[in-house]
Design a protein around this ligand. Structure first.
Ligand SMILES: NC(=O)c1ccc[n+]([C@@H]2O[C@H](COP(=O)([O-])OP(=O)(O)OC[C@H]3O[C@@H](n4cnc5c(N)ncnc54)[C@H](O)[C@@H]3O)[C@@H](O)[C@H]2O)c1
Length: 726
């Protein structure tokens, strides 16, 4: 094991005049408390002091708290995890952490975790080792075990202690998803002994610790109904819960993610046995996971997201973003209504302008429905939803836009209409107001041409549905200035989105890469593959849905239109496949019309593949289906994406390989366990990709012509990340 020499001054241990011992985490070198190795070593020392003081009767209780405003402890150091290459080194490190938290558990006096703000991963595990957990009711107080999203499992006792405290079902809900819960929920499941109002939190903690009970209160505040008691409290019930959870994990992950399965293994074998055996299993299974390719890829995704949050090279410089507190939205349709709702949800005042009264009413209604859903899902209180709705207004007049610092245009996808609307808007807003277009396929520069202040204009491309899709492409026009990019970028972050800055070009980034992939699915149909086989193979690779199902989702008409625009912009390699052209000429619209490649019920739920679709695919598609080799299908689909991404990168649409990867994961659900499209390509090396691309070119023609960049990288023996790392 490597012994780091660096020491930390956090946490500290003090005893006050009431004989309360305070262990305070407040790392002066970081804005958040992270349980890095030097901090853990220091923690162990402070616990030794606390133990000695407890034995000598100098302290009656030990409180673990944070000195950071609004955050407790956010977990282990992800960089340390990423650096581990050897499972035995991992296991030793894990055991060290486990031993320290065992020290917390075995202190001779009661222990209290006083949690105000974010408490994640290792922070939760520290709290679980305490006798009591007290939470503030602040919005910022969140409890979560995100390890599974990094391909590992909570291994400082989290997998072991959480189910023992809150019951199997509530524990699985956190362990298998990595989701975060608020203080109310934490009390409901029995994690928190008490939840106190934020403004008197310190005083209430002070009161509690004066007479802190020796042991946790029996059953704490946990409310358990009979069924839950049977499921959590009997061997048979637990088996059933675990079996159901395993099935669910396998069906939602396709078995690509081992960590949730290992968590289930541990609970299956050790939940009711001795603590030590369960901890040993945690350590040995996590040690294997930490060094796995899946975990390394998921940590890479974590780093890309963090980098996007901090702002990338594309937004750096001395151009500070302007704050947007008033937003204008042009067009109250599907996208406009969605953008307005999202803005209001994030405390931004919105005015939606349309040319039709009924559209404005529809847009407002759309927003209201989404708020109602958030209330139902307990994401928002009824009062919160009402307050959000109060800041969304709409109308036909421009004067509603007078206070806007940013106006996002989401009117019909026609260049002449967009140019006219933007020009008119520019004349009716403050001179400093920024304009952005939500176009999915039209040129930002061509729109900018119609404006007097093209420097204050860019693209802000949301994906549908707005409230759910995490990506926003921020499109830099050739005249766009740095402040506009920085402002729109910061605004996207404020809305909880992951922005990626891209250049102006056909399909921008994500739709451009998706285009040849979807089109290849059409060629596969032409070669006799079935809808079921094509979609199953894409899912087998890890895509959340197959390409044909995706075409249904987007709309067959919209896809055909987008495909034609891409061909116009990018040339003949994007010539639509005859099968998709033929389909575009039929009445089928996809999910919105009830039938496409699949049939849908009245609520839009997928029923089954529509076997009659083959008759609508034209003469290029053979009468009889025949099975193609599964691997060939996956290769054709994925190579098309990599080849197009190489072109986009070469043309400067984005600057780094990581931006391609983040955009594809956030915009299309490209499988995170693969780390991203180009990271996957690098795992085969550009040489390997080039060989396959050339084979496909020989067999299927020019649409597989390798991108210049692919050839260049293969020849110079560099990977995408080596050539486009930063
Ligand atoms: N729907 C999607 O999946 C999606 C995804 C990303 C981007 N986009 C883009 O977003 C934009 C809007 O798409 P949508 O699906 O919301 O369309 P939509 O048809 O649902 O809504 C367009 C709205 O714009 C209004 N409108 C038309 N002319 C106007 C004008 N001169 N001034 C103000 N309002 C006007 C219409 O009345 C309508 O309410 C398009 O550019 C589209 O390409 C759509």
């Amino acid at each position: 094991m490597s012994i780091a020499t660096k020491t930390s001054v956090s946490p500290t241990f003090e005893i006050d005049s009431d004989d309360i011992g305070w262990i305070t985490f407040d790392d002066p070198e970081r804005s958040l408390n992270v349980l890095a190795e030097p901090v853990m070593r220091r923690f162990a020392e402070m616990l030794d002091d606390a133990r000695a003081a407890g034995r000598e009767g100098q302290v009656k209780v030990v409180v673990i708290r944070s000195g950071k405003p609004g955050s407790f402890i956010v977990g282990a150091d992800v960089d340390e995890i990423a650096a581990i290459e050897d499972p035995s080194e991992a296991e030793q490190k894990i055991q060290l952490g486990q031993a320290i938290l065992n020290d917390v558990e075995t202190l001779p006096v009661p222990t209290v975790a006083a949690i105000h703000g974010t408490c994640l991963g290792g922070g939760v595990e520290v709290a679980l080792a305490c006798t009591h957990r007290l939470l503030s009711d602040a919005k910022k107080t969140k409890i979560g075990l995100p390890e599974v999203t990094l391909g590992i499992l909570p291994t400082w006792g989290g997998t072991t202690r959480l189910p023992r405290l809150v019951g199997l079902q509530a524990a699985l809900d956190l362990l298998l998803t990595g989701k975060q819960i608020d203080a109310r929920k934490a009390r409901r499941i029995g994690f928190a002994a008490e939840v106190y109002p934020e403004h008197i939190f310190q005083e209430m903690v002070g009161d509690f610790v004066q007479n802190a009970p020796e042991r946790p209160r029996a059953g704490s505040q946990r409310k358990v109904n009979l069924v839950a008691r049977l499921l959590d409290g009997t061997a048979l019930g637990r088996k059933l819960v675990l079996r159901t959870a395993r099935k669910r994990v396998l069906s939602s992950t396709g078995g690509h993610y081992p960590a949730p399965l290992r968590i289930l293994d541990i609970l299956d074998k050790h939940q009711t046995g001795p603590l030590e055996q369960s901890l040993t299993a945690e350590a040995s299974l996590a040690a294997e996971l930490v060094v796995s390719a899946v975990s390394k890829n998921l940590v890479h995704v974590f780093h890309m997201r963090e980098a996007a949050r901090r702002g990338t090279s594309a937004t750096s410089g001395d151009s500070a973003p302007r704050t947007v507190t008033n937003l204008g939205v042009l067009g109250a349709g599907i996208m406009g209504g969605g953008i307005a709702q999202l803005a209001a949800y994030n405390d931004v005042r919105v005015y939606m302008k349309d040319i039709r009264h009924d559209a404005v009413t529809g847009g407002l209604q759309h927003a209201r429905q989404l708020f109602d859903k958030a209330v139902k899902r307990r994401k928002l209180s009824t009062r919160g939803a009402r307050q959000c709705m109060e800041i969304v207004t709409g109308g036909l007049e421009y004067h509603g836009l007078s206070a806007a610092e940013l106006v996002v245009e989401a009117v019909v996808e026609r260049m002449d209409v967009k140019r006219a609307v933007l020009r008119e808007t520019e004349q009716n807003v403050d001179a400093a107001c920024l304009l952005a277009t939500n176009t999915s396929s039209l040129s930002v520069d061509e729109m900018a041409d119609a404006l007097k202040r093209p420097e204050r204009f860019c693209g802000m491309h949301f994906f549908n549905p707005v409230h759910r899709m995490p990506l926003v492409e921020v499109i830099r026009g050739s005249a766009t200035d740095a402040v506009s990019i920085a402002t729109v970028y910061a605004f996207a972050l404020k809305l909880g989105k992951i922005p990626v800055v891209v250049g102006d070009g056909p399909g921008f980034l994500v739709n451009r890469i998706l285009g040849p992939y979807l089109n290849e699915a059409g060629f596969l149909l032409g070669d006799g593959a079935s809808v079921g086989q094509i979609d199953a193979q894409a899912k087998q690779f890890g895509m959340p849905m197959g390409p044909l199902r995706l075409i249904d989702e987007v709309g067959i008409d919209v896809s055909a239109h987008a495909g034609a625009a891409l061909r116009e912009g990018l040339g003949d390699r994007l010539t639509p496949s005859p099968a998709l052209v033929a389909l575009g000429e039929t009445e089928r619209l996809g999910r919105k019309g009830g039938r496409g490649f699949y049939l849908y019920d009245q609520k839009g739920r997928e029923r089954e593949i529509d076997e009659s679709v083959y008759a609508d695919l034209g003469a290029s598609v053979p009468k009889e289906r025949h099975k193609l080799r599964d691997r060939d299908i996956r290769t054709r689909l994925v190579v098309q994406m990599i080849n197009e991404a190489a072109r986009a990168l070469d043309q400067g649409i984005v600057r780094t390989a990581a931006e391609v990867d983040l955009a594809m994961i956030m915009g299309t659900g490209f499988p995170p366990f693969r780390g991203g499209l180009l990271r996957f390509a690098d795992s085969l090396h550009p040489k390997g990709v080039l060989d396959r691309t050339r084979e496909l070119e020989t067999k299927h023609g020019a649409r597989f012509e390798p991108a210049d960049l692919l050839v260049e990288l293969a020849t110079s023996d560099r990977t995408f990340y080596e050539a486009f790392g930063t």
